[in-house]
Design a protein around this ligand. Structure first.
Ligand code: DX5
Ligand code: ZN
Length: 221
């Protein structure tokens, strides 16, 4: 049985009630909390700093916090997010001058490291980094906003990433982010994803538990 992870993105949560929202999705069956960090420079939107991760930890959230950095430059923020309580820290290779150094920095801070690929970014960056990676995150939308439509070319790219990861023999999660819903989660799982970010599909629904259960049911078919 495949170990599937569902990671709601708090970007679509009611941010005035963030702690309660995180607790609610975890109570409803989610595994990770996905935190989208946007800097109005690498992406055209502005969201969360390390204080938000710290606030979630102080509130009592003990689940894995999956921190997706859409920032440039990256390195100075890594110790800050690690100290705040991030579990995974992922970044976009275009946003780092020295990708290997940034990956090492994340692990040196005691976190799991990952690279994020935009829809048009080739997977070549994996070739010399796979042994320093715990997560490959494929974007199925252009980063910056929740609620966008799934870009179909991500399916072929998932298959390519899955084949590369399996051939490497490394223990690496394959995460998909953007436009994931109950009605396409089975298709992205079949293409090789094992970790699913969903923002609007979960937080935009009336019943988080029913939505997550419907996703898991799709994954079981
Ligand atoms: C986009 C973010 C996503 C986003 C997903 O830049 O990385 O995590 O919140 O939102 P949905 O699931 O609504 O596409
Ligand atoms: Zn994200």
């Amino acid at each position: 049985m495949q170990d599937y992870i569902i990671a709601p993105s708090i970007l679509s949560a009611d941010l005035a009630r963030l702690g309660a929202e995180a607790e609610a999705v975890l109570g409803a069956g989610a595994d990770f909390i996905h935190v989208d960090v946007m800097d109005n420079h690498y992406v055209p939107n502005l969201t969360f700093g390390p204080v938000i991760v710290k606030a979630l930890r102080d509130y009592g959230i003990t689940a894995t916090i999956d921190t997706h950095l859409m920032v440039k430059p990256v390195d100075a923020l890594i110790p800050e997010f690690a100290r705040a309580g991030s579990s995974y820290i992922t970044f976009h290779p275009e946003a780092s001058e020295h990708i290997d150094r940034t990956l090492q920095l994340i692990r040196d801070q005691g976190c799991k490291a990952g690279l994020v690929f935009n829809p048009a970014t080739p997977l070549d960056y994996l070739k010399h980094t796979i042994e320093k990676i715990d997560m490959v995150l494929l974007m199925s939308v252009n980063p910056g906003f929740g609620g966008q439509s799934f870009i179909h070319s991500a399916l072929a790219k998932l298959r390519e990433a899955r084949a590369f990861i399996d051939a490497s023999g490394c223990d690496v999660r394959l995460e998909i982010d953007g436009g994931i819903k109950v009605d396409n989660i089975a298709e992205v799982a079949a293409a090789g994803a094992d970790t699913f970010v969903a923002g609007s599909a979960i937080f935009g629904s009336n019943d988080y538990a029913a939505t997550i259960a419907a996703m898991r049911q799709q994954l079981a078919t």
